[in-house]
Design a protein around this ligand. Structure first.
Ligand SMILES: Nc1ncnc2c1ncn2[C@@H]1O[C@H](COP(=O)(O)OP(=O)(O)O)[C@@H](O)[C@H]1O
Ligand SMILES: [Mg+2]
Length: 233
């Protein structure tokens, strides 16, 4: 079966500095793949490369067989990749409603995301629709970033450190949200430092070390010694 996302020999970096040294892996339809690795190993650079936001990229990014490697970030998002970026990037001077709908992409069918469906998933945003982005708590900003990405009706949702800096209770809310989406068949590439949670939540794990895939396979099959060696946990 054709994977939803396929990365083939992806290289990327900043000017002369190469960060990704030929990364290849797939995300299948309906699959949750966790991308793990210590700080500075290239996870966010990989996300930027997929989204067309890295200064330079070599290799290929295929979405449903379509080569996106030379597309603009706008066209990549429109092709069906929704990003919840590291740091969230909620527009401070737009309201919650405006943040949510600013980049929305309509879709048809019963599973299409609408503002109403997003507010059912993230009910805490309902009473905050008129609030300015800049006045939101970290947890609320995270929910806005997730809702905004869902409203582009993505084939693939990418979350880059969505639980970073959140209190334990709010982290759990984000993971519950991911589980709900997973149960609905949403394909997800997930970056998160909480390895123990990723081992139970993800279907598959890709371990990144110095811009290379150090290990990949079924989440349940990840050996302790590999974890110890690559993440020190
Ligand atoms: N804008 C940038 N300019 C130059 N180097 C960068 C930039 N962003 C990240 N890097 C470097 O790229 C490497 C990988 O960073 P990053 O992809 O953010 O890793 P991770 O998300 O795994 O923590 C690091 O060495 C980092 O210092
Ligand atoms: Mg990062």
């Amino acid at each position: 079966m054709k994977p939803l996302l396929r990365l083939e020999g992806l290289e990327a970096g900043y000017g002369p500095a190469r960060v990704l040294n030929g990364v290849s892996f797939d995300v299948g339809r309906g699959e949750v793949v966790a991308l793990l690795g210590r700080n500075g190993m290239g996870k966010t650079t990989l996300v930027r490369a997929v989204m067309g936001l890295a200064p330079w990229v070599r290799g290929r990014v295929l979405l449903d067989g379509r080569d996106l490697s030379h597309e603009t970030p706008y066209r990549i998002a429109r092709a069906g990749i929704g990003l919840v970026p590291e740091g969230r990037d909620v527009f401070p001077n737009l309201t919650v409603r405006e943040n949510l709908i600013a980049t929305a992409r309509r879709a048809s069918g019963p599973r299409a995301w609408t503002l109403e469906r997003v507010l059912d998933l993230l009910p805490q945003l309902r009473e905050r629709l008129g609030a300015q982005g800049g006045t939101l708590s970290g947890g609320e900003q995270q929910m806005v970033a997730i809702g905004r990405a869902l409203l582009i009706n993505p084939e693939l949702l990418i979350l880059d450190e969505a639980t970073e800096g959140l209190a334990p209770q709010l982290r759990t809310e984000v993971w519950d949200c991911v589980r709900t989406l997973q149960a609905q068949g949403q394909s997800i590439l997930l970056i998160d430092k909480h390895v123990a949670v990723m081992r139970t939540l993800a279907d598959r794990i890709v371990l990144l070390e110095k811009g290379r895939v150090a290990w990949r396979g079924a989440a349940k099959a990840l050996p302790e010694d590999v974890l110890q060696r690559t993440l020190g946990v």
